[in-house]
Design a protein around this ligand. Structure first.
Ligand SMILES: NC(=O)c1ccc[n+]([C@@H]2O[C@H](COP(=O)([O-])OP(=O)(O)OC[C@H]3O[C@@H](n4cnc5c(N)ncnc54)[C@H](O)[C@@H]3O)[C@@H](O)[C@H]2O)c1
Ligand SMILES: [Zn+2]
Ligand SMILES: [Zn+2]
Length: 380
C-alpha cells in the first residue's frame, strides 16, 4: 500500500510523492491517519541543507494531528478512532532523561546519534519518517500520543500547534525563568516567537519587546500580542537600542530565530565554504540586548559549530546561556488546558491551510515570506 508524503529531494527541493505506507513494527506502535500537519521553521533548515545527511525521499514533518488508525498489541493508552496530537520528540518515557524532564534527549529513541530523536529529522534525528504524509508510525504508543478529550471544541488549526509550537514556546519562557515583573526580549516573530510572546504575558512579564527583520511579522506581533517592537538592523545597533529602551538590557532574551538569521556578507561566504555553520546574528543580538547577570534562552535551532561565538561577552557579564530542544511531551496537557480554559488563543499564528498535495507551494510561501505568511498547515 502507498500513500502521499512530502519528501526531500536534494537541497531546496521537495516533492509530494507516493511512498510505502507505514506498518506496525513493534508491539507498542500506533498508526495515525493524519488530519493536519504543520510546516516548521526547522523544516526550512533541513530543506536548505543546513542539516547534513538528509537522504533522498526522506519524509519530512514533525507536527502531527490525526486519528488513531491501528494499534499494536501492547498499546493501552489509545484506541482506534481516538483523536490524537503527537509531539515532535520521539521518546520512550522511561529512560533517565524522560523521567527527569528532558524527553527531548531520550536515551533510547535515537539509535543513530547521542542526541534526542525527532520525527522527520534525518538519520541524525533518529531516522523516523515524518508527518507531512497521510499516515505516521508512532513508536512508544503508550507514552507519546496526547488524546484530545471527546468534548473538545478546539479547531484542528489550534490543536495541531500542541505538537511543537505551543509546548516549545511554553518551555522557552519557563526555562528562561519568565515571572512577574521581568522584561523579556523575544527575537523573531515567526510562529515560535509569536507563541513565546503570548507565554511571556501569561507568566506575568511586565514588558515584552519583539525583534524581527520582516515588517509584516513585526506588525503582526504588535497587533496580536500587544508587544513593543524593534526592527532588526544589526546585532550592535539593535542591541544598543534595546539597552537604551530598558535602561541597561533585558532581564531575559529568548532567541526564536536560529542559525538562518539574516547573515552578514562574511557569514554568507563562510557558510558557503562550509567553514561557518550559518548566522550568529540572533545570538549576537541576544548577547548585546541582555543585562548583566541576565538569561539568554536559545530556542532557535543551531546545528553546527560556530566561529566568532561571543563567549567572552557572556562570561564577562555573568550572563547565563540556556536552550536546546524543547521537551514537548510533558507540556502538551499544559498548553491544551490553557486553550480549553480560554486563557490562550493561538489562532492568529496559522495563516495558511493547504492540501498536502500543494506542499511545494506551502513551503515556498513560508520560506519566502509571501502573502504575509506566518504558519502553514497541510491537510492530508
Ligand atoms: N528548540 C526547539 O525545540 C524548537 C522547536 C521548534 C522550532 N525551533 C526553532 O525555532 C526557530 C523559529 O521557528 P519558526 O517556525 O518560528 O521559524 P521562522 O523561520 O518562521 O521564524 C524565524 C523568524 O526570525 C526572523 N529573523 C531572522 N533574522 C533575525 C534576527 N537577526 N533578529 C530577529 N529576527 C530575525 C525571520 O525573519 C523569521 O520571521 C527555528 O530555528 C526553529 O528551527 C526550535
Ligand atoms: Zn518544529
Ligand atoms: Zn527516554
Amino acid at each position: 500500500m502507498h500513500m502521499k508524503a512530502v519528501t526531500y529531494q536534494g537541497v531546496r527541493t521537495i516533492e509530494v510523492k507516493e511512498v510505502p505506507e507505514p506498518r506496525i513494527e513493534r508491539p507498542d506502535d500506533v498508526i495515525v491517519r493524519l488530519t493536519a500537519s504543520g510546516i516548521c521553521g526547522s523544516d526550512l533548515h533541513l530543506v536548505s541543507g543546513m542539516v547534513p545527511d538528509l537522504p533522498k525521499d526522506f519524509v519530512l514533518g514533525h507536527e502531527p494531528l490525526g486519528i488513531v488508525e491501528e494499534v499494536g498489541p501492547e498499546v493501552r493508552h489509545v484506541k482506534k478512532g481516538d483523536r490524537v496530537v503527537i509531539p515532535f520528540n520521539v521518546s520512550c518515557g522511561e529512560c533517565f532523561y524522560c523521567r527527569h524532564g528532558l524527553e527531548s534527549q531520550c536515551d533510547n529513541a535515537n539509535e543513530n546519534a547521542e542526541v534526542g530523536a525527532v520525527f522527520g529529522f534525518s538519520e541524525e534525528g533518529g531516522g523516523f519518517p515524518g508527518a507531512q504524509a497521510e499516515y505516521l508510525r508512532v513508536p512508544y504508543g503508550n507514552y507519546l500520543p496526547f488524546r484530545v478529550p471527546e468534548d473538545c471544541e478546539l479547531t484542528d488549526e489550534r490543536l495541531v500547534l500542541i505538537s511543537d509550537v505551543l509546548p516549545t514556546a511554553y518551555w522557552s519562557a519557563e526555562n528562561a525563568g519568565v515571572k512577574p515583573g521581568v522584561t523579556v526580549v523575544v527575537l523573531g516573530c515567526g510562529p515560535i516567537g509569536l507563541a513565546t510572546q503570548k507565554m511571556c504575558w501569561l507568566m506575568g512579564a511586565e514588558r515584552v519587546i519583539a525583534v524581527e527583520a520582516v515588517d509584516y511579522r513585526l506588525d503582526h506581533a504588535r497587533r496580536t500580542n500587544r508587544v513593543d517592537t524593534v526592527k532588526f538592523e544589526s546585532p550592535k545597533e539593535t542591541g544598543y537600542l534595546i539597552k537604551e529602551m530598558t535602561g541597561g538590557g533585558a532581564d531575559i532574551v529568548i532567541d526564536c530565530v536560529g542559525m538562518e538569521a539574516k547573515m552578514t556578507p562574511l557569514e554568507y561566504v563562510e557558510t558557503m565554504l562550509k567553514i561557518q555553520g550559518g548566522s550568529l546574528s540572533a545570538l549576537s543580538t541576544a548577547v548585546q540586548a541582555v543585562r548583566k547577570g541576565g538569561v539568554i534562552q536559545v530556542t532557535g535551532l543551531y546545528g553546527m559549530r560556530y566561529n566568532g561565538f561571543p563567549y567572552g561577552d557572556i562570561y564577562s557579564r555573568n550572563v547565563t546561556l540556556k536552550g536546546g530542544l524543547a521537551p514537548a511531551v510533558r507540556y502538551m496537557p499544559v498548553v491544551y488546558d490553557l486553550m480549553a480554559q480560554g486563557r490562550l488563543d493561538p489562532a492568529d499564528i496559522v495563516t495558511h491551510v493547504m492540501p498536502l498535495s500543494e506542499a511545494k507551494e506551502g513551503y515556498e510561501i513560508f520560506a519566502k515570506r509571501k502573502q504575509h505568511c506566518i504558519k502553514v498547515i497541510l491537510r492530508p
